[in-house]
Design a protein around this ligand. Structure first.
Ligand code: SF4
Length: 412
């Protein structure tokens, strides 16, 4: 019988490595790394965070997509949504003839064009149980690139649902990963979830738990507030008696931990410390790659940096959180692509933290000695990081590649 489900690669790395290097490798990044993550030319220093860019899950998903094209040269290949949230990577995937299936305005994927003769790639953040079952029923070959760290969160959420705990997920309810994670509760009858976006939303939930209403509002207020972010039929009085905490893997880890602590406190207040085990479970499900990038950017900010450039898709959750961490301390420019830095005009196009539209800044690098911190989200390929670094130097009229070839001293 033909195998129709793959999740372990096809062993074709050797055949695709050349294409991966062409599409994503950067000699500039290699050089900056070799120089201790800093390079100075003239008055400009660029300091690179020590962890940035493609994480292990994205590396694997992108490789697997390239392998899929090689493995099935004659099949039509679809991709559910985006392989990751990066426009450059998604354009490369599209150029290989892999068609992205978009979400309808109502939020469901339309699999109407998929048949048993096709191959469908599932992205690194996974798909909902319903989407998986619909695709499986169509008989298409499924290539599942869901990251192992996402699968770990699913296991945790499943165990909450199995044991009668509502999964409270710190995340963005519209995000693919959180939708897929939340859907895991449907494996058990009565499985429930609630997605909280931030501490302010978590506080509403805590107030309700502590007081059964009061400042947190009534059950009706809470139901209305979380209508789109909770399982159907969400009933605060019933569903907030036993809760288990999980999070989207790419959230700000400090906020996830604080939210878990706050809910724990609320449960102790309501039910007493002795009964905590019956009402509260918690597990930090931030992935190690996200944690490493957030830790590295905190260290970068301690390094006499004047301004930070953060590279990654505007809809990339982990990139937005890196930008938010930087913006607390320094002028920060979250750019979607290297092309946002325009040396000819001295401008930079960027998204402010929490904003919905790109804006442009003039003379952003200023004059005199400047140190620019650079980092990139887990979905940003190295060539876009390298191009950005070159464009930062070019904004001061410095040709970095030529300077490196001439052997400039390593950055201080
Ligand atoms: S950010 Fe973490 S969970 Fe998401 S793909 Fe990367 S390693 Fe996996």
């Amino acid at each position: 019988m033909e195998q129709t489900y793959f999740r372990k690669g096809f062993g074709l790395k050797g055949e695709i490595q050349g294409a991966l290097d062409d599409d994503y490798h950067s000699a500039v990044v290699d050089e900056v790394r070799a120089r201790g993550y800093a390079v100075t030319v003239g008055d400009v220093t660029v300091r690179l965070a020590q962890e940035f860019g493609f994480c292990y899950g994205v590396d694997r998903a992108v490789e697997y997509a390239y392998e899929t094209r090689t493995k099935f040269p004659d099949r039509r290949i679809f991709l559910v949504g985006e392989i990751i949230h990066n426009p450059h990577v998604n354009a490369k995937i599209a150029a290989m003839g892999i068609e992205s299936i978009a979400r309808s305005p109502e939020g469901a994927f339309d699999f109407g064009r998929v048949s048993a003769q096709d191959t469908v790639i599932l992205p690194a953040f996974g798909v909902t149980r319903d989407d998986f079952e619909r695709l499986h029923a169509l008989g298409a070959v499924l290539v599942d690139t869901t990251c192992g760290s996402v699968l770990n969160v699913w296991k945790r959420v499943e165990s909450y649902a199995r044991d009668g705990f509502t999964a409270v997920i710190h995340g963005k309810y519209q995000h693919e990963e959180t939708r897929a994670t939340a859907s895991q509760v449907t494996q058990y009858p009565g499985g429930r979830y609630l997605v909280v976006r931030d501490m302010a939303e978590a506080r509403l939930v805590c107030d309700f738990i502590e007081q059964g209403g009061g400042d947190g509002g009534t059950a009706e207020d809470l139901r209305a507030r979380f209508q789109a972010a909770a399982s159907p039929g969400f009933d605060p009085a019933r569903d907030l008696v036993r809760v288990g905490i999980a999070n989207q893997t790419t959230m700000l880890s400090s906020e996830s931990l604080a939210i878990a602590a706050e809910l724990r406190r609320a449960m102790v207040k309501r039910h007493g410390a002795a009964a905590l085990g019956e009402h509260f479970r918690s597990f930090d499900t931030i992935c190690s790659a996200t944690q490493d990038r957030q830790d590295a950017v905190v260290r970068l900010l301690q390094d006499s940096v004047d301004v930070v450039v953060v590279i990654g898709g505007y809809n990339s959750s982990n990139t937005s959180h890196l930008a938010a961490l930087c913006a607390e301390k320094l002028p920060t420019y979250h750019i979607q692509d290297a092309a946002c830095v325009d040396p000819a005009t001295g401008t930079i196009r960027y998204m402010e933290v929490g904003a919905k539209a790109e804006v442009e800044a003039r003379d952003w690098l200023g004059a005199g000695r400047r140190t620019v911190g650079v980092t990139a989200g887990a979905s940003t390929p190295n060539n876009k990081v390298g191009e950005t670094i070159e464009r930062i130097f070019a904004t001061r009229g410095i040709a970095l590649a030529a300077a490196l070839a001439a052997g400039v001293a390593p950055g201080q």
